[in-house]
Design a protein around this ligand. Structure first.
Ligand code: AMP
Length: 135
């Protein structure tokens, strides 16, 4: 796969506000935050998203997400945190280097839950069966 702008951040070819780094993972502030402190956590090895990241790399990323979430909440003075990940174009992925968003939430910030739509009669079971059949 091709390098993205995040590889340039890993290599320090472009600037970023890096808040955490270890041998395998980097975390830095999103340049266009939902709220101040919005952080991206990325693996240093190349993968596109949840569909091709190795289990080892994913675990390392998520360990850092878990470690950083309360730190971001505290440091950003937030009330709560959303953990978000966009996987694929239709899901809103813009940068094709695996990344997990840690998004500080402030009371009254106005972000809303996605609208839900109830299943039609029998649809829920059918969808569950279809997913179970892939396992
Ligand atoms: P996604 O839609 O999940 O692919 O999100 C990509 C995120 O990367 C967006 O929230 C962008 O604001 C962020 N982003 C893009 N370029 C940079 C950059 N150079 N430094 C920090 N964040 C960036």
């Amino acid at each position: 796969m091709e390098d993205t702008i995040f590889s340039k951040i890993i290599r320090r070819e472009i600037p970023a506000e890096i808040i955490y780094e270890d041998d395998d993972v980097l975390a830095f502030l999103d340049i266009s935050p939902n709220n101040p402190g919005h952080t991206l956590v990325i693996p240093k090895d190349l993968s596109t998203n949840i569909f091709d990241i190795s289990q080892d790399s994913w675990r390392k990323v998520m360990d850092v997400v878990r470690m950083l979430a309360p730190k971001v909440r505290e440091g950003a003075g937030a009330d709560a945190i959303n953990i978000q990940m966009n996987n694929g174009e239709i899901a809103g992925q813009l940068v094709y280097h695996t990344h997990v968003h840690i998004i500080p939430r402030i009371k009254g910030d106005g972000f809303k839950h996605w609208a839900g739509t109830p299943y039609a009669q029998g649809e829920m079971r059918a969808v569950a069966d279809a997913i179970r059949a892939t396992l």
